[in-house]
Design a protein around this ligand. Structure first.
Ligand code: HEC
Length: 160
């Protein structure tokens, strides 16, 4: 999973990260706090929020520039009609075949715990989003627990 990255891609990516507005996780009783999410063998087995994820809402979070902004880095054929998609990260076509639900949840919660601290993908449900986060966003998660489950439910639908 180690990828070589050229400097221009890194710079472009920092610009992407800088443009990701951050919302505070609601932290209701039915959610697992970011620091309490249990990683086992690069998976997160238990949902981080009680309501089942909704793939339609997940697709909305995925494309939303103010939320997941996943399209900034990932291509997905079923979303090809959407405006711009980047190719910094791998195409997510077939991600639902390549990864288990627990692996997908781990990647969305905190890609750095799966791909290593150098991973460019931000930790979307982590209090330690990465090095390149401005002060006002420190200590807040990008996605809420519900949004994490919605995005995971959407990723599961991406079959070849
Ligand atoms: C800043 C760019 C960036 C953003 C934004 C980003 N990713 Fe990623 N993602 C990557 C990169 C790069 C990889 C490859 C692993 C690595 O080196 O980090 C990756 C890997 C993945 C993988 C595993 C890919 C595979 O091999 O099948 C999944 C799934 C994934 N991302 C989902 C998401 C989702 C969902 C979002 C939005 C919530 C998202 N990514 C946002 C850059 C990004």
């Amino acid at each position: 999973m180690k990828r070589t990255v050229t400097k221009s891609i890194v710079v472009g990516c920092l610009a992407v990260l800088a443009s990701v507005p951050v919302t505070v996780a609601a932290g209701g009783a039915a959610t697992v706090a970011p620091d309490d999410v249990a990683f086992t063998d690069l998976t997160v087995t238990a949902p981080v929020s009680a309501p089942p994820g909704d793939p339609v809402r997940g697709a909305e979070v995925f494309v939303s520039r103010s939320l997941g902004n996943c399209l900034a880095c990932h291509e997905v054929t079923v979303l090809k009609k959407e405006l711009f998609h980047g190719n910094v990260g791998p195409s997510l076509d077939g991600a639902g075949d390549r990864w288990s639900v627990a692996q997908l949840r781990a990647i969305v919660v905190d890609a750095k715990k799966v791909f290593g601290p150098e991973a460019m993908m931000p930790g979307f449900y982590s209090n330690h989003v990465g090095l390149h986060v401005d002060k006002e966003h420190a200590g807040k998660t990008i996605l809420t627990a519900d949004q994490v489950e919605d995005v995971v439910a959407f990723l599961v639908t991406l079959k070849e």
